[in-house]
Design a protein around this ligand. Structure first.
Ligand code: ZN
Length: 266
């Protein structure tokens, strides 16, 4: 049913969130649809969905968190200009990717375009009405600024958002393989750094992405993993998956629900 709507069948006539024109809207994804593909493939078309609350049972789901958001023209524009590029870089299909003891290094990439890809995801998370994105709503002026930059193909100033990227790794015995790490997709979550900074994080394609909603002091901004400047070489350091407290909580919540019988997958 999702796929039918994606091609305009039964599309609703409403203003497109990007161009503002009254048009039939496509099913748009904030986190790219292809992030769900490997997870769905591993689970024969279904993934185990864990909602981080007290009451929602663990259940199988084939939902890829798409909603009617953009007209076909705008959807195609973001897909071609940003999604196709960003996904290809993450999958190692553009430039070269070298793995070391510290992380993965991408060579021959367009940093600005790569950064714009993540910021376009952030904007789509903010404007999406899907329940998985309901906990993230950017302040209006931040959302408007991203909107205008994406609509008019303007550069998104490096002095505003700081984008950091980390490659997931699990060094625990019998832990997640690289392949299974790539099949994890989380709903975005926010971090508050003692009131000094806030950030929005999400996990997809085997990476943790953290976007700070402000310019950070240079000692933080210049850390490895921060996507700043225009250098065509970029290293995403490793991030141990069990050192991400929000993810551990989500997995813990899922295990707890299964223990108390709040599960529809057993
Ligand atoms: Zn449009």
């Amino acid at each position: 049913m999702l796929i039918e709507s994606q091609y305009g069948v039964n599309a609703t006539i409403r203003p497109c969130r990007l161009c503002g024109e009254q048009r039939g809207l496509s099913i748009s994804h904030a986190l790219p649809n292809s992030a769900f593909v490997s997870a769905l493939r591993e689970g024969s078309g279904k993934v185990v969905a864990i909602v981080d609350d007290q009451t929602t049972p663990i259940q199988f789901s084939s939902d890829t968190w798409g909603v009617e958001l953009l007209c076909a023209t705008c959807e195609d524009k973001l897909n071609r200009k940003l999604d196709a590029y960003g996904i290809a870089v993450l999958k190692g299909q553009i430039g070269t990717v070298l793995r070391s003891d510290y992380g993965v290094t991408f060579r021959g990439i367009d940093r600005q375009r790569f950064r714009a890809f993540f910021l376009s995801i952030l904007w789509r998370i903010s404007v999406s009405s899907h329940a998985s994105y309901s906990n993230i709503d950017l302040p209006t002026h931040w959302e408007n600024e991203l909107h205008l930059a994406l609509k008019f193909d303007q550069k998104i100033s490096g002095s505003k958002y700081t984008v950091a990227i980390y490659r997931l790794r699990d060094s625990t015995p019998d832990g997640f393989t690289s392949e299974s790490l790539r099949s994890i997709v989380t709903a975005p979550f926010a971090r508050d750094y003692e009131g000094k900074f806030v950030s929005v994080c999400f996990i997809c394609f085997g990476f943790l992405v953290e976007i700070f909603l402000s310019k950070l002091p240079s000692k933080i901004k210049n850390k490895v993993g921060v996507l700043v400047g225009s250098n065509s070489i970029f290293m995403a350091p490793f991030q141990e998956i069990f050192d991400i407290p929000e993810l551990v909580n989500m997995m813990g919540s899922g295990l707890y629900k299964r223990d108390i019988g709040l599960s529809q997958i057993d």
